[in-house]
Design a protein around this ligand. Structure first.
Ligand SMILES: Cc1cc2nc3c(=O)[nH]c(=O)nc-3n(C[C@H](O)[C@H](O)[C@H](O)COP(=O)(O)O)c2cc1C
Length: 308
């Protein structure tokens, strides 16, 4: 029974992974996608997205971080997967789910779900290129407009030799509209033998129980639920009451200090406000703080007012 932190571009970067994994309960993270076009990405580019590579591939709390690649060319993806493994990534994940139009226009992400043969070629090439001890995994949605190719895609990923498959139980057309189609996870589990990780709309420990029941999957990946309730993984594992705001506020302050150390001061305030805005759906105090700080644009001044 493992709990994964989902890759979330623009939301769960190395700083957020650091803060969340310190709180406990998360067994593994998948980093936000790195886009592969026509060439071998430099070490600098890979380290920018996954600075954990310089720390043995783990967050400071010791939780492994898989590196996710997004692209459509099997040869190029395989070369980059080998390079990432060489740099110490503890696993390579392949993205077959991103719905962003800019990404899909270039043939990457969810648009590949219309082409199970290409998915197979990508997984097989990456698996061949990466040393055996390093897992090559995949993450998919259920399809583009409908679920008609969901099973074919899952079979293609298995036949390509993937070590594990995470399924976000929605099509691209579903975007993020609830509810996620957990029953599809059970159908996929009947079709393929490779380990399946269930994903989509787990917001509470009760949801975690339900998705496991409906899907039959032991392992669950959580994205937005962990941003909104940072102690969710710990509570799922150990029970207990939700973390009160007075305990969470120092975590938010520590997050912002780390953001300011890593991010351009022009962008740092936006990152804090983004998190506070999301926390507001679970914590009224975060909503109040968000309202108070919304207009502040200066990174240092924001840090001062956060401590007030
Ligand atoms: C802001 C945002 C960025 C995302 N970026 C990625 C990404 O880089 N790679 C990926 O495979 N999925 C990405 N996803 C999808 C999530 O990993 C996850 O599948 C989805 O949010 C459903 O899980 P949840 O309901 O627990 O959030 C992203 C989702 C969000 C909301």
């Amino acid at each position: 029974m493992r709990l994964f932190l989902a890759p979330m571009e623009g939301l769960a970067d190395a700083v957020m992974r650091d803060v969340l994994t310190r709180l406990g309960g998360i067994d593994l993270c998948v980093a936000e996608f790195v886009r592969v076009t026509h060439h071998l990405l430099s070490e600098r580019v890979l380290l920018r997205t996954v600075p954990e590579l310089a720390n043995g591939g783990c967050t400071p709390a010791g939780v492994p971080v898989r590196l996710q690649l997004l692209g459509s060319d099997p040869v190029c993806l395989a070369e980059n997967a080998a390079q990432a493994a060489e740099l110490g990534a503890p696993g390579i994940d392949l993205n077959f789910g991103c719905p962003a139009p800019t990404v899909n226009r270039h043939g990457g992400g969810a648009v590949l779900l219309a082409e199970p043969e290409r998915i197979h070629a990508i997984v097989a090439a990456a698996r061949r290129a990466v040393p055996e001890g390093v897992p090559v995994t995949a993450k998919m949605r259920l399809g583009l407009e409908d679920t008609s190719l969901a099973l074919d895609c899952a079979r293609a990923i298995e036949a390509g030799g993937a070590d594990e498959l995470t399924v976000h139980a929605r099509t691209r057309a579903d975007r993020y509209r609830p509810p996620a189609r957990w029953e599809w996870l059970a159908r996929i589990r009947e079709e393929v033998a490779l380990p399946l990780v269930a994903n989509g709309d787990v917001w509470t420990p009760g949801d975690w129980e339900k998705i496991r029941q409906v899907s039959g999957c032991g392992d669950v990946m959580i994205g937005r639920g962990l941003i909104i309730r940072p102690d969710l993984a710990r509570r799922i594992k150990s029970g207990g009451e939700p973390m009160p705001w007075r305990e969470l506020l120092p975590v938010v302050e520590a997050y912002y200090a780390l953001v300011r150390a890593r991010v351009d001061p022009r962008h740092a305030p936006g990152r804090l406000k983004q998190w506070l805005g999301m926390l507001a759906s679970a914590y009224p105090e975060a909503e109040e703080l968000h309202r108070r700080l919304r207009a502040e644009r200066d990174a240092e001044e924001l840090a001062r007012r956060l401590r007030e």
